[in-house]
Every structure is written in C-alpha cells, then in structure tokens.
Design a protein around this ligand. Sequence first.
Ligand code: PHE
Length: 459
Amino acid sequence: MLSNQAGDGKRTSLHGHWSSKMAFILAVTGSAVGLGNIWKFPYVAGENGGGAFVLVYLACVIAIGMPVMMSEILIGRRGRRNPVSTMELLGKEEGSSKNWRYVGMLGVIAGVFILSYYSVIAGWTLSYIVKSATGTFVGATATQVVADHEAFKLNVGMMSFVHTLFMSLTVFVVARGVERGLEQAVRFMVPALLTMMIVLLGYSITSGSFGAGVEFLFTPDFSKLTWGSVLEAMGQAFFTLSIGMGAIMAYGAYLPEETSITGASATVVAADTSIAILAGLVIFPLVFANGLQPDAGPGLVFQTLPLALGQMPGGAFFSTIFFILLSFAAWTSAIGLMEPAVAWLVEHYERTRAQAALIIGGTIWLLGFGSVFSWNIWKDKTFFQGTVFDNLDFLTNQIMLPTGGLFIAVFAGWVMCRNSTADELGGAGLSYKAWRFGARVIAPIGIAIVLFFAIKNVV
Ligand code: PHE
C-alpha cells in the first residue's frame, strides 16, 4: 500500500488535487448530470405516473440526497484514498472496524455494474449524433421515429460498436488522470447543456401540449404510488446525484481543505435537479402533443426529442448538437462511475492509472454485452425483474446505491466523532446541525423504511 501521509499530519491524495474549488464543483456536477437526468428521469417518471413520483423524488433529493452527498465528500476528503481504503482507514481511526471497507467494495462493484449498461445507452446517444447529422429525423412522423428506434435496438452489431466506442473514450480519459482528464471535459459541457435545454424548453412551450405536460409532472395522484415506485424514486435520487457508491467520495479525496462541502453540495444538487426537471418539462409536453406514450420506457427520450427536433427549423443541426452534449454529459458521468474501481486498483495493487483503467474498462466492456443483448437476442430471456438490463438496473439503483448510502450516512453520522465531522464541515452552526440530523436520523431511517417495504412487496 502506498502511503499518503503528509508531513503536517494532513493527508494528501496520490492522484493529484483539483486546481480550484470551481474545478471540483464542475467535476461533481459533471458526474451528477448525465443520462440520469435526461434519459432516465423522464422515463421513470413517465412509467410511475408523474406527479406523485416527482414529489417523492424531490423529497428524497433534499432530505436524503443532500446529507448523504455531504457525508460522502467529507469522508472522502478526510481519508484521501480510494473509497475502499478510505472506509477502512477511517473505520480504524474512528475506533470502529476496518470492515467498513466492504461499504467501499459495494460501491466499486455498483460502479462497475452501472457503467456496464450506462455505456450501452451512452452508445445510443453516439449513434443518434450520426442519425441526426445525416438528417434521419428531418420531417419524420412519430410512427417513423418510433419504428427507427425499434429497428435500432435490434441491430446488435451497431449497438456493440457504439458501446465499444463509448467505453474506449471513457478509458482514455480515466487513464490520463484526474486533473488533465476531468476538468477540461466538464468545463464547457454543463453550461452548454443547460443552454440547449432552455432552447428546447422554448420549443416545447410553443409547440407542445405544455399544460398537459406540466400537469402530468406536477399534479400528484397518490393512488399511483406503491412502495415499489417510492423505492424507484429514491433510487433515482441516488443515481442522478451519483451518490451511494463512492464516486463522490473518490472525488472528495482530491478536494482542497478550504473548500466548503455544504456550499459545493448545494450547488451540485441544485444544478442536477434543475436539469432533470427541465428535461421533464421539455419532454412531456412533446409526448402529449405527438400522441406518444409517457410510459414508453428507456426509449422515451430517443423517440420524443428526435421527433420534436426533426420538426424544428434547423432541426438536424440542433439535434446533432443535442446528442453531442448528451454524449458529453454521459462521458463525464462514466468517468465518475469508474473512478472508485480505478483508484482502488492503483492504490491497492500498485498499478499505473493506465493499466487500472484498461483492466476495469475491459471488464465493464465485457459485462456490457449482457445489456446490449437485452434489446435483441436475449430480449425474451427474462427473469426476476426482466432482462439482464432490467435486473442490473434494479440491483444497482434500487438496492446497492440506497444500501451504500445508508451505511455512508450511518458512518458519518454515528461512527465518526463530532470533532472529525465538524472539522470537515467547518464548525457547529445551523447547517452542521441540519446535516447531522439528516445523516443520523432522516437518511438512515428513510432509506431503511423504503427498502424494507419495497423488498417485502417484491418477494
Ligand atoms: N449521476 C449520473 C447520471 O445521472 C450517473 C452516475 C451514477 C454517475 C453514479 C456516477 C456515479 O447520469
């Protein structure tokens, strides 16, 4: 094991540090904003009936997501290692047990599983760049766009190719290291994506059934809510914020001492949530205006947006830009998904970053074929929750991330002593008290209740 104890007693990270506070916020936002906001949020909200689901999701983001995110960053910065070693080190340091490392392991595995299917969907966005640029959607009808998407999903060769391409791009950035790789990629992507969403919102307001969309998203009908959908909303909150699996912990390890964890977390949560809600506000009015189904599932965004963009003046251009930005957003998230595993391999097995990125990336790439085939040759081979993709999605988002988040909150709230956490969060003011109550009480109890009832209903 490499040592990273600096002379003054404060630890430094082996992988370098962020060049500024802004760079950290950008990187965490880059990790948070991704397919989860634009691809996943609209389709899970659509499948779960809209309003009530959105309300539960927002409640989870604020009451559970925020304290868990702060816990992850503070643990990461205190340990300054990969999530496995950090949890082990702090477990011992705080007089508990080194077995807390298994929480780190759970995160490493969750990241690998998530990225295996995330890369496949990110591959879809790469394909849709080319489809847009070549004018596939210009003037297309709803039926044509839907048929094109269905045909695309059956094309095993193309889907394998784009999955491979996306994984290669991800391995490339991860191999180059934290500072050089991440900061550059994120710096322009988030503002550009926000601008694009606002342009699309303008179109959606003028050409979609805006009232119907808003009503669907914000009028809660609690009769549609089951424990299953509450768990899905909670899982979505974890997924979209990149929490519960050590990604944010790994990023926290590179955070300078003086940065405010509370401020950084609030900024990221606000940016991530705004982009998700914006995506919903863009998509549902278009769904209703074009007679599409809100519960179309994972294909929803890939049908709705090309259709709308194809009808817009300059559609091929805007559509190309949109899918380029979405690919970028997915790319910066994918880097976060790999970071815990790569940092762990580098530190624990003394690999170079490039070797680690290749080993982990190769494993994820292979696993990804389970999801590639879920839409074609293994489409009918369903078990438990459905296809391989459905099962990976359920296992990671709805079980592993909330479980990871539960342990992270308990660790920061109960195992770490007050001095350690107050030191990281800067004093004992109101925001510290709010965090501590969230991490000790609200997050653990909330997560435990939802997991318990939802699992009871599944089995
Ligand atoms: N938050 C990312 C998204 O919304 C996904 C992600 C999850 C990234 C976990 C890193 C860690 O797309």
